[in-house]
Write a protein that binds this ligand. Structure first.
Ligand code: HEM
Length: 383
């Protein structure tokens, strides 16, 4: 994105150089002011005849006027583009003047819900991740379907998302204090941060100023990474969003919290492939216990298992389990398949602090993938 912006900038500078008294210097990629030399055979070496001084001065005036006009036009164009394009920057003090209590109001809504329901923090963390991976962190995941226009919320990977009411409660309180100011996308980013902190994990400063999107399509949820992904599919999915392999390993640590339904891992515990009934990369004891909670027949709709034994505590157990062959999804166990990701799993398994630091860095990166264009009044519907 920045690269493209920079390229556009260079392009505009070059045009300015062409029509004004500035010269484009490729060596420093900058403009240098250049005094015009008087007309001479040297300057007009290619031209046949000579021109009078008066004609030259008129030409120069014309050139300056043209340069000025183009400069003004391009400047206005840049201004217009910066207003209509979704490229904007986030900042830590975004609501300091317009809604100073925004973070407190959101933290209270998350805390009140989490006290009553222990599954809330994991749900909000996953919701934020699913929001950011489709159209950027623009709260598109919060929009309701409209008739046959199915929204992201109703896409297959998102049917198990829950706790949307927490964001609604926070929004309602915010609207009472500072109407139309705090975006739903920012509420979700802050709620995810608070969820991690409430679970005993790190806390951090969330850059704010996201805008809410006006589009949400269930079909686009097919772009979310799947639990059956191998390491190169995971790498591709993350790199398409500007996220590195380190971000992949650190953010996957979100699986220290929450619950998984049988459907997310059942391909590993039965009929795995022509040779193996069970995924050979899964520890036999884990496979046996998962087969117990997920019988092939007569299974309850909500059957499944905790993501790790300490699934309401944000810790580094997730990485320790992977090293024992006890990662729940193929995508978790796949982190051992490449040397660099395996090294990171080992590092995070060995140090909660290193994991926490990396997680914070990667969360800030993921939650800065922006999109959107408005501040919704109701997080479930566009303005
Ligand atoms: C790397 C690719 C990822 C894949 C393939 C993946 C896949 C999944 C799947 C299949 C579930 C279980 C859903 C269910 O059965 O109900 C799940 C749960 C969860 N995921 Fe991920 N995930 C990934 C990355 C992340 C990231 C980056 C985060 C957050 C930073 C995250 C946070 C969570 C949480 C907290 C849960 C538990 C949700 C709950 O209990 O409600 N996941 N994930």
């Amino acid at each position: 994105m920045w690269n493209r912006l920079l390229q556009n900038h260079y392009f505009i500078m070059k045009i300015l150089a062409k029509y004004t008294h500035f010269r484009w210097l490729p060596s420093c990629r900058c403009l240098q002011f250049q005094l015009n030399l008087p007309p001479s055979d040297y300057l007009y070496g290619q031209s046949k005849g000579k021109i009078t001084l008066e004609a030259w001065q008129n030409l120069e005036k014309l050139r300056s006027a043209l340069g000025m006009a183009i400069g003004v036009a391009l400047f206005s164009l840049i201004l217009v583009i910066s207003f209509v394009s979704p490229i904007y920057s986030l900042s830590s003090n975004y609501y300091d003047k317009t809604c100073p209590d925004a973070e407190l109001i959101i933290a209270n809504a998350v805390k009140n819900a989490a006290v009553k329901d222990k599954t809330v923090p994991a749900a909000l963390l996953r919701m934020h991740f699913h929001d950011c991976f489709i159209r950027g962190c623009d709260a598109s995941v919060l929009l309701n379907s409209k008739g046959s226009d199915k929204a992201e919320k109703d896409g297959p990977p998102n049917v198990s998302l829950h706790a949307f009411y927490v964001i609604d409660n926070a929004k309602k309180d915010l609207e009472a204090f500072c109407p139309g100011v705090v975006s739903c996308a920012d509420i979700l980013a802050l709620a995810a941060r608070d969820s991690v902190a409430l679970s005993g994990g790190p806390t951090w400063d969330v850059p704010k100023g996201r805008k809410d999107g006006r589009t949400s399509k269930a079909s686009e949820t097919a772009q979310l990474p799947a639990p059956v992904f191998n390491i190169s599919q995971l790498e591709q999915s993350f790199s398409q969003r500007g996220l590195s392999m380190e971000d992949l390993v650190a953010l996957s640590g979100g699986h220290t919290l929450g619950f998984s339904h049988c459907s997310s891992f059942e391909g590993r515990i039965r009929n795995f492939n022509a040779v193996h009934d069970v995924d050979p990369s899964m520890h036999p004891s884990l496979a046996a216990s998962l087969r117990g909670v997920c019988p092939s027949k007569n299974r309850a709709k909500n059957a499944g298992t905790a993501m790790d034994p300490s699934s309401t505590t944000f810790d580094n157990t997730y990485y320790k389990l992977i090293l024992q062959g006890k990662g729940l999804f193929s995508s978790d166990q796949a982190l051992l398949a490449a040397t660099n990701t395996k090294g990171l799993v080992e590092k995070f398994a060995g140090s909660h602090e290193e994991f926490a630091d990396a997680f914070v860095k990667s969360m800030i990166k993921m939650s800065s993938i922006t999109g959107g264009e408005e501040v919704r009044k109701d997080c479930r519907v566009v303005n």
